[in-house]
Design a protein around this ligand. Structure first.
Ligand code: PGA
Length: 251
């Protein structure tokens, strides 16, 4: 995987049975494997129940597999949780940590997110660390400060450009159909690029993804913004044509 190629990542969230998940994965794997010289990287993050069959469906296609969350510890008495080691064992190379739905629904703090990213690094996985402000925070003029604060608290000391991806996902844009404008994204991504320089040695090589209501129709504009190195896609990643339409803007 070429670090400076754009990354288009699909977060299936809590969607998909074995039949439709495998069919979608096979469809995408076929399309990706059919590219003679892919100019973007593609990642699928299915729910935990589908990691094994989706992993099989995309084997040798060049598509990467990722988890949606991991526990900060490597193993132990943590009923219902999954460790980064287990994700790696089943073939995942990435794991999303600190998604706003986890922060909101499970009360995850920046500190916990950093611990999860650290666990991902120990397991040899790339952590996709999610940050982003709420509408209230944006309206209060705090978007950049909130993102800086979350970034500072959520990135472990083990982070490098090779093992860490940052996803800017404004909470108000997730699943709402209201994507951030290219100007909003540009402002935040420029700010993040400067911000990570003090935390990650090879900051210019860290991939910064935008997420929140990305679809084929707006991906062209969003993916052209400077310092946007790909997309983290929720709803639109559940439809092969739509997801592929986004990916084509990442080439
Ligand atoms: P959405 O979700 O594309 O459905 O807005 C993005 C995400 O939560 O990663």
């Amino acid at each position: 995987m070429d670090m400076m190629r754009k990354l288009v990542a699909g977060n299936w969230k809590m969607n998909g049975t074995r039949a439709d998940g495998v069919a979608l994965a096979r469809d995408l794997a076929g399309r990706y494997a059919g590219l003679t010289d892919p100019s973007f990287d593609m990642l699928i993050c299915p729910p935990a129940t589908l990691l094994a069959p989706v992993g099989e469906a995309i084997a040798k296609s060049g598509l990467a597999l990722g988890g949606q969350d991991c526990h900060p510890e490597d193993s132990g008495a943590f009923t219902g949780d999954i460790s980064a080691t287990m994700l790696g064992d089943i073939g995942a190379r990435f794991v999303i940590v600190g998604h706003s739905e986890r922060r909101q629904n499970h009360g995850e703090s920046d500190h916990e997110v950093a611990a999860k990213a650290g666990a991902a690094h120990r397991a040899g996985l790339t952590a996709i660390v999610c940050i982003g402000e709420t509408l209230e925070q944006r309206d209060g003029g705090e978007a950049l400060a909130v993102c800086s604060r979350q970034l500072a608290g959520s990135i472990p000391s083990t982070a490098t450009a090779a093992n860490t991806v940052i996803a800017y996902e404004p909470v108000w844009a997730i699943g709402t159909g209201r994507a951030a404008t290219a100007d909003d994204v540009s402002q935040v991504h420029d700010h993040l690029r400067a911000d990570i320089a003090s935390r990650i040695a090879d900051a210019s090589a860290v991939r910064l993804l935008y997420g929140g209501s990305v679809k084929a129709a707006n991906a062209g504009e969003l993916m052209q913004v400077a310092n946007v190195d790909g997309a983290l896609v929720g709803g639109a990643s559940l439809k092969a044509d739509e997801f592929w339409g986004i990916a084509k803007h990442c080439g």
